[in-house]
Design a binder for this molecule. Structure first.
Ligand code: AFP
Length: 318
């Protein structure tokens, strides 16, 4: 059995930079354990339900969203290599650079899938680690290909940490007996031309007609079943392991409403991760890699999946 600590010490050790990055990944794994601890007890600790405020995206913040956000901030601000944080739940970038000469930036969605909290369905934490040249606010807008690491922790029937540092995608499962993350799937490669089709059909009538037709064609021609968990982390985890198609498109006849997914905290890290596992991701119809964000809380159209399914989908757009 390979534990996460052993893996980080032996597999990812080639440079001082990598070792700094490992300390951040290790902290993210630890914060995942803390959040899972709260998730397990949320019904008992009065952590279900709304916190009574809206975030910058005008979503109703849940108590567990708030708690998870505090936990991530608390742990990462004490990491000597992290100088800036951006959270889906924070209006602005959080500068944690005091007393640190240089370091990295971490963008995160502390608890993805808020509507699943009270009903005991899968939820997760998403993270993206970026380099910084010193201009913290601007450096968060870098393209996905600049990410040094990205991944998620999924609190499902088991708790898994899935991440990439640009050298493949690995999955670690939390062993409840030892409290350690253990390597369970190495080098995930998305199966091709199989899996489920995953989008919320409520968007179809609101979409540009041609794109909506491509979605319909994909479902009909592949004859595959649909799945929608309502937490991107869970839908992407299934897509990584089983193949398929996941989308949350822009809607409106000219695509003027930017769907729901946030570029920094959901689309960029998970799209890049899917590509690291051999899949393909389009943000606003363009390959995920080089597209820069224009603002911190930007929303973006998302379409991704295994290369075979994506090729078929894109052929309907020609
Ligand atoms: P939260 O960010 O409020 O937790 O919402 C989760 C999410 O952004 C993403 O994880 C899901 O794919 C999507 O929303 C679900 O949206 P619907 O409400 O349209 O099902």
């Amino acid at each position: 059995m390979t534990t996460l600590s052993h893996y980080l010490m032996t597999n990812l050790k080639e440079s001082a930079h990598q070792q700094e990055l490992n300390l951040i990944i290790s902290d993210l794994a630890n914060v995942g354990k803390k959040i899972f601890h709260e998730v397990q007890r949320s019904g008992l600790l009065d952590l279900h339900g709304a916190a009574g405020a809206q975030n910058v995206h005008e979503d109703e913040v849940q108590k567990l969203d708030e708690r998870s956000n505090e936990l991530v901030k608390e742990v990462l601000s004490s990491n000597e290599h992290v100088i800036g944080l951006a959270s889906e739940e924070e209006p602005d970038v959080v500068d944690v650079s005091e007393g640190k000469e240089s370091g990295y930036l971490v963008a995160f969605d502390p608890l993805d899938g808020s509507s699943n909290i009270d009903i005991n369905m899968p939820i997760g934490t998403i993270f993206s680690v970026l380099p910084s040249a010193g201009d913290i606010a601007n450096d968060f807008l870098q393209a996905a290909e600049k990410q040094l690491a990205a991944g998620y922790i999924l609190y499902g029937s088991s708790t898994v940490l899935v991440f990439s540092t640009g050298k493949g995608v690995d999955e670690f499962t939390l062993d409840p007996d030892t409290g350690e993350f253990v390597l369970t799937t190495e080098n995930i490669s998305i199966p091709k031309d199989t899996g489920y089709i995953s989008y919320n059909p409520y968007v179809l009538p609101k979409m540009d007609e041609k794109r909506a037709e491509a979605y319909n064609n994909l479902t009909q021609q592949t004859g595959r079943s649909m799945r929608w968990v309502g937490a991107m982390v869970a839908d992407i985890h299934r897509t990584l392991l089983k193949g398929g198609f996941f989308a949350y498109p822009s809607v409106g006849t000219d695509g003027n409403y930017k769907g729901k997914l946030r570029m920094q905290y959901e689309a960029k890290p998970l799209g890049w991760l899917v590509e690291q596992a051999g899949g393909r991701c389009l943000l606003d119809g363009q390959p995920v890699g080089t597209l820069k964000s224009t603002e911190l809380h930007q929303k973006v159209s998302v379409e991704m999946g295994d290369t075979g399914t994506m090729q078929l989908f894109e052929s309907f757009l020609d």
